[in-house]
Design a protein around this ligand. Structure first.
Ligand code: LMR
Length: 285
């Protein structure tokens, strides 16, 4: 529905034609084309500005996102390799789980091909923001449209860190509310996986969140200088004598004690997931 989408290229290893025919009947100006199988991937990617990668298998109840690593890591590696060859300047949105590892895999593949631009590689964590906004608005009786809760870290369990103290419009939370909301936001993906009882994970809310992130990217590419989104990206760091001293994004300043503790607690897990992704990508070369 976005007027900023001029062409929509759909790619999969099967069943693309029907989806493309279906969506092409929407009365929007965008041209829809379908591409099936590895032989058509290069043509799908040539000339595109934004690539969205939701490929791979979903979780079943009892699984963590990391349990998907063995299957999804290779899928992301191969798709990103084709992106590097055919549209190296595109924004790349990684949705495939485990995002905490697939984004570093993508970064390594792009580095190996000499086209890595950290400013253009994003792990899509918008669904965490969408969920945080929904749950906070419900809990505090706020008008949902106005609510914005930044979420930092990664996209799995405790690595998802909602910064409730930075909620806009400003709201106050009891200690119990903070704990409850934080845990619900961190486990919201699992809530859907369990409700679907083996039939997959979030698809509709994920599509909604992905559409929001694509729309934001397209607005930015179109020259809008006022676009803000949370995302899993390679951050700038402050360097000191002993190496990395601190992350400096402004959202990480002025945290509450609860948030600061949670931030320290998530770092080892996030770091391990990043290193797992890097090791996987480096092993292949
Ligand atoms: C989500 O957050 O819903 C997705 O990452 C899918 C999942 O496995 O939870």
């Amino acid at each position: 529905m976005s007027p900023l989408v001029s062409d929509l290229h759909l790619y999969d290893i099967a069943n693309v034609k029907g989806v493309a025919a279906d969506i092409s009947h929407c009365n929007t100006p965008s041209q829809v084309r379908d591409f099936t199988g590895a032989a058509e991937l290069a043509n799908c990617l040539k000339g595109v500005d934004v690539v969205v990668i939701p490929a791979g298998v979903p979780r079943k109840p009892g699984m963590t996102r990391d349990d998907l690593f063995n299957i999804n890591a290779g899928i992301v590696r191969d798709l990103v390799s084709a992106v590097a060859d055919n549209c190296p300047g595109a924004f790349i949105h990684i949705i495939s789980n485990p995002v905490n590892s697939t984004v570093p895999i993508a970064a390594e593949v792009l580095k190996q091909k000499g086209v890595y631009d950290p400013k253009k590689l994003f792990g899509v964590t918008t669904l965490d923001v969408v969920r945080a906004n929904t749950f906070v608005a419900q809990r505090k009786n706020l008008k949902l449209i106005d609510v914005d809760v930044p979420v930092v870290g990664g996209h799995a369990g405790i690595t998802i860190l909602p910064l409730l103290s930075k909620t806009k419009p400003s709201a106050s939370f009891t200690g119990e509310e903070i704990e409850e909301l934080t845990v619900r936001i961190q486990n919201a993906g699992t809530e859907v996986v369990e409700a679907k009882a083996g039939a997959g994970s979030a698809t509709l809310s994920m599509a909604y969140a992905a559409a929001r992130f694509v729309e934001s990217s397209l607005r930015a590419l179109d020259g809008d200088g006022d676009v803000y989104e949370c995302s899993f990206v390679q951050s700038d760091v402050k360097l000191g004598r002993k190496g990395v001293e601190a992350l400096i994004p402004s959202d990480l300043q002025g945290l509450t004690e609860y948030e600061q503790k949670a931030l320290e607690a998530l770092k080892p897990e996030l770091k391990a997931s990043i290193e797992k992704g890097i090791a996987f990508a480096q092993k292949q070369t």
